[in-house]
Design a protein around this ligand. Structure first.
Ligand SMILES: Cc1cc2nc3c(=O)[nH]c(=O)nc-3n(C[C@H](O)[C@H](O)[C@H](O)COP(=O)(O)OP(=O)(O)OC[C@H]3O[C@@H](n4cnc5c(N)ncnc54)[C@H](O)[C@@H]3O)c2cc1C
Length: 659
């Protein structure tokens, strides 16, 4: 029987609650701030914005990342844009509408109060970034431009070509650099957090590995903030950067932080299809392309067969023989349905034999109509770098004129297929973004907070920057207000000794296995198990098989792994082995959560629970909660704790993108 978690947070809609909360919030006296140290692990958009803000407020910040520069955090990959409720298009957008779309997009599994706060601060983020000089695209008249993303009928996505993440990160990095220069932030690049140190029940420091020298170092502080990104790479192939890992999050979990909704994994509909078993990375084609690109497969099975064997080319299929299945099934949102809906619809077509590519596992994303309507120059202005990226990888330029049938010009389309992209689940946090361990906070993609069972496009950057610039710098003070009377703990304490000893022992264990298999070969196998049994379509039976296979593979990892080199100096294979150890724990968590949730919602699709039309079928009576998991030791089943959801502002209903 699961325990029920008391979230101790204000629930419900909230301009009032958030205002009331702010009014009663404890703040740290400016003089005391100078005595308080905060560790921020991560320099992606969440971590860099938090470290810069905390430094600017006067706290002493220790900021770490695994890359050689904060500018290389995975956030740099974000292409399409960032949402905000500015309503520059005068199309009826509002804070409430952004709040509503996000809750609905998350299939009514997000915490209402958090989402309202997110929508409320969204506009401040745009102002902050413009002030930093982020070069958002502008209209001819000078106003910031917008485009649309899935799950919204308004145009609220701010963007900088297809490089929004990079530009936002440069903005955050410039603020961070100011604080480094001012001496308020001490930056440690090429450092990886290996463990969190708990003293008297509170997070008081971390053990980090200097990735260049291999040495373990101790850091002590009054609070620790984890901003280490998502766990998509558990699946081996994903759109995430190769270095993305969940080691820090899993160490926090092992030390008592709960992991929430791990089964909510996002599969993005528009990625370049897998092209062989030597591949180690998948490439995203931004969702922004769905503004002007139309998704289709052939209507006739014989055309699909001909396309699969290359006997026909897509531009030889005339308009009347194309099935624009998203427009057909979801007339109100068309190609801009949310990602979970679009991904499942693509899988449904491919499963029925209408898929293209030599694998039958792809659909087309076609710009013919928009190029005919707007001209190639306009399309290139909007998506030029994405077209070039596609060409570089596939040798096909999607804007190239290929055929003309009955006076209609057809251009070469892109081929796309769903792939693992983002993780909505993560470390459980309360309204203050604090985990179940006092003094340990989690922000950005590594927490579970705002997206429910499915994240809408352009909302991750919004959440990361909301957490980092506006929410955490405020809420962490409620905790730190007490801490100014506590002296900073010494890193000579036994808790640091024990944590360091534990990390060292694990490194020795991994190096000492001296088996025959490389980290990548085992990781790839784990990825296959995850995709096959814990991927886009899940069943109770498949999940049990997946868990069994993961368990067996973990034994193989523990007994037959080969890590070359030593622990002294740079050893990338060793670092990957540590990450893989934690992907095993994460993969099993995803499966346990998916098995316990006997319903389909958002990115979690249990094939037993679907409507006649193949849509996700929720069970609000039994599963209207956040599923939080507690670590019970290696090899043991984790324990489920529930945080019941309560909605006051939004009526919980079946999602509808048809009308
Ligand atoms: C291809 C792609 C395109 C995307 N496009 C968009 C988009 O257009 N709009 C949108 O809203 N979202 C988009 N997303 C999602 C978005 O980019 C991410 O969710 C977001 O950037 C995550 O930011 P973060 O700061 O939480 O984590 P990250 O950017 O992943 O940063 C993690 C940080 O933690 C550090 N770190 C990790 N582990 C450790 C450790 N153990 N010790 C020390 N440091 C550690 C890393 O060095 C890094 O600095 C996209 C994602 C992908 C993959």
């Amino acid at each position: 029987m699961a325990k029920v978690l008391d979230s101790k947070i204000p629930v419900g809609p909230v301009p009032e609650k958030w205002k009331e909360y702010k009014a009663h919030q404890r703040l740290v006296n400016p003089k005391n701030k100078l005595k308080l140290d905060v560790i921020v692990v991560g320099t992606g958009l969440a971590g860099a914005s938090a470290a810069a803000s905390l430094g600017e407020m006067g706290f002493n910040v220790i900021n770490l990342c695994i890359q050689d520069s904060p500018r290389r955090a995975h956030s740099i990959a974000a292409q399409g844009g960032i949402n905000a409720a500015k309503c520059y298009q005068n199309d009826g957008d509002s804070v409430y509408r952004l709040f509503y779309d996000t809750v609905k997009g998350g299939d009514y599994r997000a915490r209402e109060a958090n989402v309202y706060r997110l929508a409320e601060v969204s506009n401040n983020i745009i102002d902050q970034c413009v002030a930093q000089g982020v070069p958002f695209a502008r209209e001819y008249g000078g106003m910031l431009a917008n485009r649309s993303f899935g799950g919204a009928q308004v145009s609220r996505t701010f963007y900088a070509k297809g490089q929004t993440g990079q530009q936002l990160l440069l903005g955050a990095y410039s603020s961070l650099s100011c604080q480094v220069q001012a001496g308020k932030v001490k930056l440690y690049t090429r450092y990886e957090m290996e463990d969190v140190v708990i003293v008297d029940g509170r997070a008081r420091g971390i053990i980090a590995k200097n990735l260049v020298t291999g040495k373990l170092e101790r850091f002590s502080a009054n609070a620790v903030v984890i901003a280490t990104g998502g766990y998509g790479n558990t699946y081996f192939l994903s759109t995430n950067a190769m270095g993305c890992n969940c080691t820090a999050a899993i160490q926090c979990y092992r030390k008592g932080a709960l992991m929430a909704n791990p089964s909510y994994v996002q599969i993005h509909p528009t990625c370049i299809p897998v092209h062989g078993d030597k591949q180690s990375k998948l490439t995203l084609m931004s969702e922004s392309l769905r503004n002007d690109g139309r998704i289709w497969v052939p209507k006739k099975l014989e055309d699909a067969k001909a396309l699969q064997t290359d006997a026909k080319k897509p531009w030889e299929i005339p308009e009347e023989d194309r099935d624009y299945y998203l427009e057909r099934r979801y007339p109100a949102f068309g190609n801009l349905v949310p990602r979970d809906v679009a991904s499942r619809a693509a899988k449904e077509r491919c499963d029925k034999g209408f898929g293209v590519n030599n694998t039958g596992l792809a659909v087309y994303l076609d710009f013919s109509e928009s190029i005919n309507r707007l001209g190639i120059d306009v399309i290139m202005q909007r998506y030029g770098n994405l077209f070039e990226m596609y060409e570089e990888i596939t040798d096909v330029f999607p804007g190239e004129l290929a055929n003309e049938i009955n006076g209609v010009k057809y251009y070469k389309p892109m081929m796309i297929y769903p792939a693992i992209h983002y993780t909505m689940g993560g470390i459980w946090v309360d309204y203050e973004l604090q985990t179940t361990i006092p003094g340990l906070f989690a922000i950005g993609e590594c927490n579970f907070s705002d997206h429910g069972a499915n994240r809408l496009g352009a909302s991750a950057l919004m959440q990361g920057l909301a957490d980092g610039y506006f929410v955490l710098p405020y809420t962490i003070q409620n905790y730190l207000a007490d801490q100014s009377v506590w002296p900073k703990v010494s890193t000579d304490r036994k808790e640091f000794d024990e944590a360091e000893k534990g990390v060292n022992a694990e490194i020795d264990r991994l190096l000492g296995i001296k088996g025959k298999r490389s980290v990548d070969s085992i990781h790839k196998e784990l990825g296959h198990i995850m995709w096959e049994y814990v991927g886009m379509g899940r069943t109770a039976e498949g999940l049990k098989i997946g868990l069994k296979k993961m368990h067996e593979l973990e034994k193989e990892f523990d007994t037959n792994l080969f890590v070359p080199g030593s622990k002294e100096g740079l050893n990338v294979e060793l670092d990957k082995a540590i990450h893989l150890r934690d992907f095993f724990t994460m993969g099993q968590l995803v499966a346990f959560d998916a098995l316990s949730r006997n319903e389909s919602c958002g990115g979690h699709f249990r094939e037993e629970y679907q409507t006649e039309e193949g849509e996700a079928k929720r069970d609000d009576e039994h599963y209207f909660y956040v599923g939080c998991w507690e670590y019970k030791g290696k090899g043991n089943e984790p324990e489920l704790t529930k945080e019941p959801l309560e909605y006051e502002a939004i009526k919980v209903q079946t999602r509808n993108y048809k009308n």
